[in-house]
Design a protein around this ligand. Sequence first.
Ligand code: SF4
Length: 182
Amino acid sequence: MDRLKFATVWLGGCAGCHMSFMDLDEFLIDIADHIELVYSPVIDVKEYPHGVDVCLIEGAVCNEDNLEILHKIRRRTRVLVAFGDCAITGNVPAIRNQLGLKNGESVLQRAYLEGAQSNPGIPREPGIVPALLPRVMPVQEAVHIEYYLPGCPPPADRIKAVLAQLLAGTEPRLTGAQLKFG
Ligand code: SF4
């Protein structure tokens, strides 16, 4: 059987969802023969490949770079999973939406001018700070998403349940104990 071409991506999130993924511990060894990790922050691949089967997306859509890669990922991936509450609702990064439509500029001012202890100045050079979107979005506002894996972060057992079902070729469903917190 062909191995599942598997990817994970990190948009506007704190990396906590990926840390929870690493908490899968020995299950990662169990699935190693069944998946091929083709793109992820934990491997050194620069370009998102074509023909990906499943991608877990951590984080909200906060800037133009996030939006651009998310559209590319959608075109190149069969199944997208919104991975964690930032991807699903905007969660922590979307707090800045309260600042209104000009919040991108307000955030830069707060971070680089008002909060600066030395050398205040907003970096404007290309490639330093990606252009912020006026409003942080959950991923499903930008692209179609097949499945949602909630939690901040989703506990490892819940990630395991979804991955096991995807690997078995069944429709992922979270019920009862898999949705229990704590
Ligand atoms: Fe971090 Fe929670 Fe957002 Fe995951 S859902 S990126 S753990 S803040």
